[in-house]
Design a protein around this ligand. Structure first.
Ligand code: 13P
Length: 306
């Protein structure tokens, strides 16, 4: 993991305002772990509130429409997401490819629309189990990259790729480290073919059943620059276990011990020996830097015109 690690939580269709406490705890803990970039992608309904609660971490959306605006009932444009406080948008997640029949061309159009308004994009790719069993995994992913990566001027600076094998999502199964490494090297080669020298700026995340107890091993694999995390990003406790694995790889994660007690019953350090000394009281008391307070104040004020 030569690049600065990037750990992104994809909350999918989970979360009401009650979950903002998790975002706040993640934001405050991320300040103590400056060696990793951390972001959350809550549902659209929580983007603005998450931005207000969490001023240090990135906040993103899980999808956007490729058009600037118009008669598209129920859809949300990239400009709207930016206005709500998003920094980036995830496009081409396999759940959208499957549930909504999204094509590579549509995903590319969404990515280009997002970049046009200044958002970053996380472009998701990944093979099904049948495709892997047929020995087609790398070819499938290469075709998805060729069809769905944005090509606009300077796009490489805005793009992150997430490799998420469909069969590993939400199943508790992960590929072997050798398979993850081979796929990420293959993606790196495709990125170099598409973006040339610009490919160096692109981080490649692994996603699919990343948990606190397997994160360190996955994140140590060659060309794995971070993780896109679903289920384990829904609580600060488990998400922070993954962030620690990225930011402090030599600090062993003590799996069964709670990293944080969100109930607040035991505010003592959850990792007496090797873990974080992040108690609830500690997290609540963290000072928010002046630049972030200013950003928060701006976000609370009248929205700036786009
Ligand atoms: P899980 O971490 O729940 O397997 O989900 C992965 C994913 O789809 C993230 O986008």
């Amino acid at each position: 993991m030569a690049k600065r690690p990037y750990i992104v939580g994809n909350w999918k269709m989970h979360g009401t305002r009650a979950m903002l406490a998790e975002a706040r705890a993640i934001d405050r803990a991320a300040e103590r772990l400056p060696k990793a970039d951390v972001a959350l992608a809550p549902p659209h309904t929580l983007i603005h509130a998450t931005r207000l609660e969490a001023s240090l971490i990135g906040v993103g959306a899980q999808d956007c429409h490729p058009a600037d605006g118009g008669a598209h009932t129920g859809d949300v444009s990239a400009a709207m997401l930016k206005d709500a406080g998003a920094d980036f948008v995830i496009v081409g997640h396999s759940e959208r490819r499957a549930d909504h029949g999204e094509s590579d061309a549509l995903i590319k159009a969404k990515a280009e629309a997002a970049i046009a308004v200044g958002l970053g994009v996380i472009v998701c790719v990944g093979e099904t189990e049948a495709q892997r069993d047929a020995g087609e995994a790398e070819a499938v992913v290469a075709a998805q990259l060729a069809g769905s990566l944005p090509q606009a001027e300077g796009a490489a600076d805005k793009v992150t790729v997430a490799y998420e094998p469909v069969w590993a999502i939400g199943t508790g199964r992960t590929p072997t480290i050798a398979d993850v490494t081979a796929m990420h090297r293959s993606i790196r080669a495709r990125l170099e073919a598409i973006y040339g020298a610009g490919a160096d700026a692109v981080r490649i995340l692994y996603g699919g059943s990343v948990k606190p107890d397997n994160a360190a091993e996955l994140l140590a694999a060659d060309e794995v620059d971070g993780a896109l995390v679903g289920g384990a990003s829904l609580t600060a406790e488990s998400f922070l276990g993954i962030i620690v694995a990225a930011a402090e790889p030599r600090r062993r994660f003590a799996a069964p011990q709670p990293l944080l007690r969100m109930s607040g019953k035991d505010p003592s350090s959850a990792h007496p020996e090797e873990g974080l000394s992040l108690s609830k009281a500690h997290l609540e008391g963290l000072r928010v830097p002046r630049a972030c307070r200013a950003r928060r104040a701006r976000l609370n004020a009248t929205p700036e015109p786009l």
